[in-house]
Design a protein around this ligand. Structure first.
Ligand code: FAD
Ligand code: DLZ
Ligand code: SF4
Length: 508
């Protein structure tokens, strides 16, 4: 009996587990653009267009390779509401009840497949360096799950930047040499841009017609949509961006959206590239003398370290992870996240480029939009849904641990040992935003004081009982306690006033 082989929108790899186990002569591949997946959050139009265009190109490649593909487009006469509905319809059409899937990267969809009245086998997604079982074994019995130890195991497992059993350069981590503020001009031209072909143009018209209200600009659309495109984008980054990736990975500059970042996460997460092929290309650049070790190690750590680590955490922590709220934050996400007016230049820069490109780099996500949401006490679930919607690389397995865990500390310290909060000083040090901002980063209270300066102390004060004993935060509390009482009072009341304005929808 033939079987249905399900390939989801972020499973576009020829060696994805379900496809590997399929028989070209008898099995039928099922792919479907469905309303439920397109709408569980209001995805950025570029994200939807990227996935649909990449799915249609992938389906074409499979057909060219001799597979039978049952593909439903969202603009077909009878589209399906959900993946389950698409499978049921295909089961009827092809006279089978057996389905082989690769386990989705989201608890919601794993349950959805289990609830389908068909015989569904979910195979482990083995496009990662660590299996889920390996992560569980590593996590077992540890009091704290910290990236550094996990990362070292991944270096040993892959042999990346290893000289027999020692790390290249005798150090596991070169961050000491990294993270400089950017100065001068950016000498990397940014991500490779692609011209949409006919298939992609049809998708763009569809997305324009069906998702007119979603936050984000669809055109110009420059993303690659095939593995060939993604590999060209990889080579382009390795040649032009990688060498300075380490130095400037935390830097932010006005109107420079991409700096020396790779802009590969959307390709990697959709399956157009594999983590190891990216890392091997970076390692080769170092071996060839084209990029320094601090850059290559820093880059590889993001992929075999952070990316694998957060995936492990997502599955380890279970389906309730996205509803955690350890700090009890409940303020609604302000309109400025959806493009509403703000005088805070750091936020308007990060959010404007999110709107136009469905992209912001890590420090913009963590230390600008994330930091502000945390300081302002925004409901972490709303923050999570925002990140899941607006970035082209966002799927719950990777987005939730970064947002709920790393950025909002809503998991109570599973991902990070302390919250990522900072006053305006950090943003000023790492960017050139503050010098052109309507607020003054040097002003701590009163007219024009940078809101991050006020909210930072407000956060520490309102969470004193949780954080004052944290050894990594003691200095902050000592500084706060040394301030005279009147000044503390002024800061707290000005922060309260700011939060009231934010809540009332007044532009801040
Ligand atoms: P580069 O800076 O060039 O880094 C190289 C690669 O390393 C990335 O392509 C990515 O695959 C990987 N990487 C780097 N940092 C992380 C990380 N913390 N977790 C996982 N992978 C990482 N990344 C996503 O892929 N999807 C998300 O939905 C996502 N949501 C985030 C939400 C928040 C609040 C924060 C703070 C971070 C989030 N990240 C997410 C991590 C990171 O910001 C992006 O991976 C990165 O900005 C992608 O851009 P890039 O390809 O230019 O990455
Ligand atoms: C994100 C997304 C979107 C927008 N649309 C589809 C779709 O129509 N069909 C599909 O198979 N997958 C889509 N996806 C990706 C899924 O949401 C993704 O597979 C899950 O979130 C698990 O990571
Ligand atoms: Fe952001 Fe404050 Fe700097 Fe303005 S002054 S850019 S609000 S950190």
């Amino acid at each position: 009996m033939s079987r249905l082989i399900l390939v989801l929108g972020d499973q576009l790899s020829p060696d994805v587990a379900a496809l590997k186990s399929a028989d070209k002569s008898s099995d039928i591949i099922v792919m479907a653009e469905v309303a439920d997946e397109a709408a569980y959050v209001p995805h950025h139009p570029k994200k939807i267009a990227f996935l649909f265009a990449a799915m249609r190109h992938f389906a074409q490649t499979l057909r060219d390779d001799g597979w039978t593909v049952d593909y439903t487009q969202l603009d077909d006469a009878a589209p399906h509401a959900s993946i389950g509905a698409a499978l049921l319809a295909a089961a009827e059409r092809h006279g089978t009840s057996k389905v082989v899937a690769t386990e989705p990267g989201e608890w919601r969809l794993i349950s959805h497949l289990n609830e389908t009245p068909l015989e569904v086998t979910q195979k482990e997604d083995d496009r990662f360096v660590a299996t889920r079982a390996e992560f569980e074994a590593w996590a077992e019995g540890r009091k704290e799950l910290r990236l550094e130890w996990f990362y070292r195991d991944m270096r040993r497992k892959t042999g990346l930047l290893m000289e027999s059993d020692k790390p290249a350069g005798d150090k596991w981590n070169f961050d000491h040499d990294n993270r400089k503020p950017a100065s001068g001009s950016v000498d990397f031209s940014g991500p490779m841009q692609f011209t949409p072909d006919q298939i992609t143009n049809e998708v763009l018209d569809l997305v324009e017609a069906r998702f007119p209200e979603n936050f984000g600009t669809l055109r110009p659309f420059w993303f690659g949509v095939t593995t060939t495109d993604a590999r060209r984008a990889l080579t382009h980054f390795i040649k032009g961006g990688l060498a300075k990736f380490g130095d400037y990975q935390d830097a932010m500059l006005q109107d420079e959206k991409f700096l020396w970042h790779s802009i590969l996460s959307m390709y990697l997460n959709a399956g157009l590239l594999s983590p190891l092929e990216i890392c091997r290309a970076a390692e080769q650049a170092w071996l060839d003398g084209n990029a320094p070790l601090n850059a290559v190690e820093g880059f590889i750590r993001q992929i075999i370290g952070w990316r694998e680590f957060v995936r492990g955490i997502y599955f380890h922590e279970g389906p309730d992870y996205t509803s955690r709220n350890a700090l009890g934050h409940g303020r609604a996400l302000p309109a400025l996240y959806w493009g509403g007016e703000t005088k805070m230049l750091c936020l308007s820069q990060a959010i404007d480029q999110t709107r136009t490109e469905a992209y912001a780099h890590h420090i913009q996500r963590l230390m600008v939009t994330g930091n502000f949401a945390l300081l302002a006490g925004i409901d972490p679930h709303e923050v999570h849904e925002w990140y899941l919607a607006v970035y082209a690389d966002a799927y719950e397995w990777v987005e939730a641990p970064n947002t709920i865990g790393m950025s909002q500390f809503a998991d109570g310290g599973v991902v990070g040992s302390k919250p990522y909060v900072s006053s305006g000083n950090y943003i000023d040090r790492m960017s050139d935003y503050c010098k052109s901002c309507a607020y003054s980063v040097k002003t701590k209270t009163g007219e024009g004081a940078c809101p991050f300066n006020l909210l930072y102390w407000h956060f520490l004060d309102r969470h004193r009982s949780r954080f004052s004993d944290n050894p990594r935060m003691g200095n902050m509390y000592r500084t706060w306690d040394r301030m005279n009482a009147d000044k503390r009072e002024t800061i707290l009341s000005e922060a309260d006033a700011f939060l009231r304005d934010l809540e009332s929808g007044k532009p801040v």
